[in-house]
Design a protein around this ligand. Structure first.
Ligand SMILES: Nc1nc2c(c(=O)[nH]1)N[C@H]1C(S)=C(S)[C@@H](COP(=O)(O)O)O[C@H]1N2
Ligand SMILES: [Mo]
Length: 355
């Protein structure tokens, strides 16, 4: 039998393909194995300071309302990483240096040997549009950031805390933001070791600040520096140097352009004003008077707050709008402000078809 060059190539190609897929599955296998080993090594100790168990979640009674805590598998993910970094604990370390007189280096074991505490905190992306879903709430466990930084003894000239990731990303925020608030190096999220996608083995969480200026995942270095000398990844690309999270409210249910049946309908959602909390939510249907919504439990001023009202829906198209007042009495901005350069403003309005 004669074998043509062509079929030889084909045969070679086929063998090649088999070999390739074997390698690919070996890779997938070893990646899984690495993750497994990571997890087994990560015996996150019990928190030194624990929070009470969360209250009954109102979302259990209101389909479509965001749960009080966003499950890790549903948590939004935003980063510049093409592939999720796989960090090995054997080589990982955390350095705190720059404008300090006592630089610190910690292995993972040394880091988690420190007392940890729990923090209920809602994190948000600056790119979250009004009504958007780039926001989530978690119970984080970690090490106090202010304690660690004080130990390193920052120079009086330092005014910025810059986190660096193993993949080169950086995010900086004012040293003055460590004003007693519960900023942390988080090692766990909703009761499990930090998932790879959310920054395994450690990330920064600073209540009240957008992710792009604070929430460095796959953290490996914290540099004390100055705003007039260094800028983080997104600041170099034109986003605001300072990124406090803005007061906002969102309607979760009904869905925008959704259909509901005539009769009783729950209108529900979440609102957030990290650090000061939410004091009042009002809802307007068409041009009727604004109605005060029922507020869900306030588990912390740093987290979002659920809200809802009952509506007796009548046939036809309706517009529903929500607005919030924060714990300091500030009213939510009604101006339509785009996300660039420091976060969207405006009221969330939806259209509902009642059939
Ligand atoms: N290493 C690294 N950390 C990062 C980012 C990134 O691109 N790389 N993005 C930041 C931004 S913009 C946001 S909004 C948050 C999102 O955190 P999450 O993906 O855990 O929700 O991570 C922050 N930390
Ligand atoms: Mo972000």
């Amino acid at each position: 039998m004669q074998i043509s060059r062509r079929s030889l190539f084909k045969a070679a190609g086929a063998i090649g393909a088999v070999t390739l897929s074997a390698t690919a599955s070996a890779k997938i296998f070893s990646q899984k194995a690495v993750e497994q080993i990571n997890r087994t090594k990560a015996l996150i100790p019990k928190p030194f300071k624990s929070l009470p168990p969360p209250p009954l979640d109102p979302a259990l009674q209101t389909p479509g309302l965001s749960p009080l805590f966003t499950p890790n598998q549903d948590f939004f993910r935003i980063d510049t990483a093409y592939t999720v970094p796989q960090v090995s604990l054997d080589t990982w370390k955390l350095e705190i240096n720059g404008l300090v007189s006592k630089p610190i280096t910690l292995t993972y074991d040394q880091l988690i040997a420190r007392p940890t505490f729990e923090l209920d905190d809602t994190i948000a992306c600056v790119s979250n549009e009004v009504g958007g879903r780039l926001i989530g709430n978690a119970r984080w466990q970690g090490i106090r950031l202010d304690d660690l930084i004080n130990e390193a003894q920052p120079d009086s000239s330092a005014d910025q805390v810059m986190g660096y990731s193993v993949d080169g990303f950086s995010a900086g925020f004012p040293l003055a933001a460590l004003d007693g608030r519960d900023a942390m190096i988080a090692v766990a999220m909703n009761g499990e070791a930090l998932p790879d996608k959310h920054g395994w083995p450690a990330r920064i969480i600073v209540p009240g600040l957008f992710g792009y200026v604070s929430a460095t995942k796959w953290l490996t270095r914290i540099e004390l520096t100055r705003f007039d000398q260094k800028h983080g990844y997104w600041i170099q690309r034109g986003w605001s140097e300072r990124g406090p999270i803005k007061l906002q409210s969102r309607i979760d249910t009904p869905l925008d352009y959704g259909e509901v049946a005539v009769g009783p309908v729950a209108i529900a959602g979440v609102a957030w004003a990290p650090l000061v909390g939410i004091s009042k939510i009002e809802v307007q249907i068409d041009d009727q008077p604004w109605r005060t919504a029922v507020l869900g439990p306030e588990i912390a001023k740093t987290t979002w707050r659920q809200w809802w009202i009952d509506w007796n829906a009548t046939k036809g198209a309706h517009q529903v709008t929500v607005r919030a007042i924060d714990g300091a009495g500030n009213k939510q901005s009604t101006a339509n402000v785009p996300i660039d350069p420091n976060g969207a403003e405006g009221l969330h309005t939806i259209t509902v078809q009642v059939i």
